[in-house]
Design a protein around this ligand. Structure first.
Ligand code: ADP
Ligand code: MG
Length: 759
């Protein structure tokens, strides 16, 4: 039984209130054909919508199976519409982008039967209305009568108890109208049919009961239900829902009808993905290449233990010092350099440390080179005045352990002026990257306080090295220094040395930068001096004594004596050491040994090494990461833009499909189902754009690699990591889903009645 009790309904448009139903009080039997007659605007459609649960009454009650619907929730109404009600509209209301079979199936999708069963039900329903041969046609390929037959099949397929028909023949000619009426009468003989019509003749011919309607009120009823009639007739109501697969197939069909637009949308939103995929493949590929490169080359960069090391920050400060000097210039000039003392760590290389290095497994070491110093008594003549020179300003050029001329020299330095030589008489001036040289060195060269000096003025500068027996005088077991500088300068045994060339650390070479500046001599000079001085009186005496023969103070450590003999030029001590590991593993093992030494030492006595390769790789790694992040940030903007675009497109789609939303709701779809349909649509677009983006990026990698190979000789640099590909597709789906979120919520909130009235 269906009963309307004092139903009232009015619509507000702005401040204007339009009463559609004044006070409707009527009962319907479970099996009867009711025709509602009445002029346009009298509230017939409103009545049907309220009976069908599409629209809500303002007051009164709708009683189904004796139960009030006052407390019905949305879900109860949805189930009621899907199970109990079949709507037939004047304008057919078919979904145009799917076949008529799918239109009929749409009604069953919501009832949750299996796909196979639903298909059979739908085909059966279409057979009943005489359209079995047309099931794969689209609605616009049918005549009006045929479309209304489809609507009837759709209304019947779930075998509802109530058929609500709103002017079903209003758009059809008389002959077709009769056929449709016959069909409704035939298929709904055991149901309640409530049909709104303008046509009193049709009503009289087909209906068993005629209700006349005017101004929202019933003015006559040919067969009202009496109070004592059977009240045990029941309608059936069960839950409805649309699963995700159905939502996706519905959206997929919709997108199929807009292939061009879907493709362009997907392509546009894939641009961000393409950008990021390319950037990731490049950075990924470069990192792999750098790893290879490191293994080949960087492993062979030396561990450097120099006399001075400084922390990198102070080095940076020094580099940033403003002086307008050009780096690695071709100018034949020299400039003074301020002495830097901040953050300098002095490495005191001890015998213990040297022993550790000597004992490192030879298999780990590819090469070992030392820079040694020995005591030299050096003099120069400026303006006819002889001056003594600090011996600390002189050191030897690096040489191998066995004394052979070192590859360290050619690996790390370049001769920028003059020529190479191993003669003991030849000296070299080492300048820094800005051609600067320590002020003290400039002073002894005779260029104190000069702003710049020409290379040519430096070359040929002469020094005299005085041997110990001429330099020191013995006096009853202790020694004094000969003070007559002019006499010393002119001794017969003196060795005359001259500056032969100017050298500079190679560009971006740590060792070069760490070597400082100064005057360097060949190992041949050192060997010659040590040879001579070993036999000198002072060294011979010093070797026997436990006190300093110049100051007459007692030695505290064995080391002190060693250092004294070196100071006297009777031996040499290493000032810097370069260790060349065979490979990365060897380097780690060597470093372990060196670290062992430092463990037990105080901060001051620690010997710090410089790992050039590590510096290089962490630098290149960081730069790569930074560039990658910046580029990805840029491409991400296009991702955001594309998700906004998808949002807009989804919103347009919502507007376009308003009618469809109404139809789905009239068939019993829940708000949630509508959201699902549109989410499914954005999901498909997101997936398409993600996959498309990856495919295009994959294709673009081919020419990219060809270009890179032409430029850099590196083959196959760009490589897309499959993990990145999957992550990017996921991001694309998530972003488009977010973009479509608002439009799909708007869709679900649409009032089904208004949606159905939309054209
Ligand atoms: P009928 O189907 O008998 O032609 P309706 O039920 O469609 O009449 O409409 C009844 C009255 O309610 C009409 O005056 C119509 O303008 C008004 N009406 C119907 N729907 C709305 C709505 N959504 N908003 C405002 N007024 C409405
Ligand atoms: Mg109407």
């Amino acid at each position: 039984m269906l009963e309307l009790k004092n139903i009232k309904k009015s619509y507000k448009t702005g401040s204007f209130k339009q009463t559609a139903l004044k006070d409707v009080d009527v009962k319907f039997r479970t099996e009867e054909f009711v025709a509602i007659l009445g002029p346009s605007g009298s509230g017939k459609t409103t009545l049907l919508n309220i009976i069908g649960g599409l629209d809500r009454y303002d007051s009164g009650d709708l009683i189904i199976n004796g139960k009030s619907t006052k407390k019905f929730k949305d879900s109860n109404w949805d189930s009621y519409r899907n199970n109990c009600i079949g709507f037939i509209f004047q304008s057919y209301n078919l979904i145009s982008h799917i076949s008529i079979l799918e239109n009929v199936e749409m009604s069953t999708i919501l009832s949750g039967y299996s796909k196979k069963r639903r298909r059979k039900m739908s085909i059966d329903a279409l057979e009943k209305v005489g359209l079995k041969d047309h099931i794969h046609k689209k609605p616009n390929q049918l005549s009006g009568g045929q479309m209304q037959r489809v609507a009837i099949a759709r209304a019947l397929v779930n075998n509802p108890d109530i058929i609500l028909a709103d002017e079903p023949t209003g758009a059809l000619d008389t002959k077709t109208s009769k056929q449709i009426m016959d069909l409704i009468k035939e298929v709904a003989k055991d149901k309640l049919v409530i049909m709104v019509t303008h046509n009193p003749d049709l009503a009289k011919e087909y209906a068993n009961r005629i209700i006349e309607f005017k101004d929202g009120e019933i003015i006559s009823d040919s067969s009202p239900v009496k109070d004592d009639e059977n009240k045990n007739d029941k309608f059936k109501i069960k839950k409805t829902s649309m699963n995700y697969l159905s939502a996706i197939s519905l959206s997929f069909n919709n997108l199929k009808t807009k292939k061009g637009r879907t493709f362009i949308t997907s392509f546009a939103s894939s641009i961000g993905i393409i950008g990021i995929a390319l950037i990731l493949s490049l950075s990924n590929g470069f990192k792999l290449k750098i790893d290879d490169f490191e293994k080949d080359t960087l492993a062979q960069m030396p561990l450097i233990i120099s006399e001075q090391t400084m922390d990198l920050n102070s080095m940076k400060n020094m580099a940033n010092e403003k002086d307008n000097l050009e780096e690695y210039s071709n100018k034949k000039k020299i400039y003074p350099q301020k002495t830097m003392e901040a953050n300098v760590h002095i490495n005191k290389i001890t015998k213990e440390y040297l022993d550790i290095i000597e004992n490192i497994d030879n298999d780990l070491i590819g090469g070992l080179s030392y820079t040694r110093i020995t005591g030299l008594n050096i003099f120069t003549k400026q303006n006819d005045e002889v001056k003594a020179v600090e011996k600390e300003l002189f050191s030897s050029l690096p040489s191998n352990k066995d004394g052979t001329s070192s590859t360290v020299m050619t690996d790390n330095f370049e001769i920028i002026y003059g020529s190479e030589s191993t003669n003991k008489e030849d000296l070299f001036l080492l300048v820094d990257s800005k051609n600067r040289i320590n002020e003290k060195v400039l002073e002894i060269l005779g260029y104190k306080d000069k702003k710049e000096i020409n290379f040519d003025d430096i070359i040929g500068k002469e020094f005299k090295i005085v041997l110990n027996d001429d330099y020191y005088n013995e006096n009853n077991g202790f020694f004094t220094i000969n003070n007559d500088l002019n006499d010393l300068y002119n001794k017969e045994n003196n060795i005359t040395v001259k500056i032969k060339g100017i050298i500079r650390g190679k560009k971006d070479n740590m060792f070069g930068e760490m070597s400082g500046t100064g005057i360097f001599y060949n190992k041949s000079l050192m060997d010659y001096i040590i040879d001579k001085n070993k036999e000198s009186e002072i060294v011979k005496v010093q070797s026997d004594k436990n006190y300093n023969v110049l100051t007459m103070t007692q030695f505290e450590k064995d080391e002190d004596k060693e250092n004294m003999i070196s100071f006297l030029g009777g031996n040499s001590i290493p000032k810097a050491i370069q260790i060349y590991p065979k490979d990365f593993e060897s380097k780690d093992k060597i470093i372990k040994e060196l670290d062992k030494y430092n463990k037990s030492k105080s901060k001051e006595d620690k010997i710090l090494y410089l790992d050039q390769s590590e510096l290089m790789t962490s630098l290149t790694g960081n730069i790569m990461d930074a560039i990658t992040i910046v580029l990805i940030a840029f491409s991400s903007i296009s991702l955001i833009v594309s998700s906004i675009m998808v949002g807009i497109i989804t919103y347009t789609s919502v507007l376009e499909r308003t009618k469809e939303i109404g139809i789905l709701r009239s068939l019993g779809a829940r708000k949630k189902d509508i959201t699902r349909v549109f989410n499914a649509e954005t999901l498909i677009i997101g997936l398409c754009s993600g996959v498309l983006g990856i495919l295009i990026a994959r294709l673009l990698i081919i020419p990219t690699n060809i270009i890179i190979e032409n430029l850099s000789k590196l083959p196959d640099v760009a490589k897309l990591n499959p993990k990145h590909a999957i992550i990017l597709i996921t991001i694309s789906v998530i972003l488009t889903l977010i973009g479509g979120l608002i439009p799909s919520r708007i869709a679900s909130k649409k009032d089904p009645v208004i949606a159905l009235r939309t054209e």
